[in-house]
Design a protein around this ligand. Sequence first.
Ligand SMILES: C[S@@+](CC[C@H](N)C(=O)[O-])C[C@H]1O[C@@H](n2cnc3c(N)ncnc32)[C@H](O)[C@@H]1O
Ligand code: SF4
Length: 371
Amino acid sequence: MIKTNKKKINSLYIHIPFCKNICPYCDFVKFYSNKSWENQYINRLIEDLDEVKKKFKKFKTIYIGGGTPSILSRENLINLLDNLKDLRRKKCEFTIEANPEDINDEFLRILKKYKVNRISIGIQSFNKNILKEIKRDYSIDYFELINKVKKYIKNINIDLIYGFKGQTLEDLNKDLDCFIKLNVNHISIYSLIVDEGSIFYVKKYSEQDEDSSRKFYDFILDKLRKNGYERYEISNFARKKKYQSKHNLNYWKNKEYVGIGLASHGYIGPYRYNFTKSLSNYLNKTNLIEKEEVNSKTMKEYFFLTNLRLKDGFKLKDYKKTFKSDFIDDYKTLIDELVKDNLAKITKKKFYFTDDGLIILDFILIKIFNF
Ligand SMILES: C[S@@+](CC[C@H](N)C(=O)[O-])C[C@H]1O[C@@H](n2cnc3c(N)ncnc32)[C@H](O)[C@@H]1O
Ligand code: SF4
């Protein structure tokens, strides 16, 4: 066998920053889609992919996210997918994000041809009033749509958001019923966040208060579990282990990944890096990347920040291998306190947060960082 010096990393992320509409809740880096920018952007991405091909072995997971990748012209989509052909390992989990309005037979045929085998569809809500409020009030028969997708791709995720103003538990229940009827294997369900970069922020739209958010979250956990969906990460549920997102698990297990495209980030040890958020800089290759060397402090922060989102937390032996010390020795009194308050559990093999702990994850993480 020929030996290469190429580095082996599991996951590749590619960012497509274009959207047809700008949703009022969204603070991601995105631009109104424009044919000329789109063409230039895909050509630039392909240059970066050529570099990736020189430096890295084939990937176990590839994820094209956005923005809205499904908005790409068919020529650009084919061009991009064609350039990814040589980067897939044999059993690669290959995901694309898509907005419901862009999905049709032609789009799905292209995905299938290029072995895209997972699709993440941003539905957000099935409620007509909410959809109107978030400027997504297209009339789509979701049952028909998902059945069409299933003919081409079996591994489907649906994104939903909860916590809109005026949304009741009954509304949430109806959204979950609609989701369950679609009979797909994975759901990501997020509580609405009003971040500074969003239109909702400018309009002083308020986030759900803590009590309601807790009620909604408990309701979601209970309902999805009763219907066969197991939560494996704070906001992610799958029917079986094999449907869990391998790509996202790679992030959550704090493993290295390559990210390319505007505003994307990556972790190629010992560096974490971010691509510029300026489209012109990305296209002209100026001030392209900022990188930061991971030191022992940030390494620990990332280790907790990622692994502790997972239902299974982390293995004590992984902590030992990474930090050359014993987790229980390092955090004894804090562990005791968290376990006593039923926020965390520790076994011979692993440390993880309980349902009660996960819901206040950010709060506990600060305690851990400051310990
Ligand atoms: C990066 S977005 C891109 C996906 C795609 N463009 C879409 O809108 O469906 C991925 C997901 O993040 C979630 N999301 C985005 N902004 C959010 C916010 N402010 N609060 C909660 N969830 C949000 C949505 O569910 C969205 O589908
Ligand atoms: S939520 Fe998705 S479609 Fe809407 S603006 Fe953000 S990235 Fe674009």
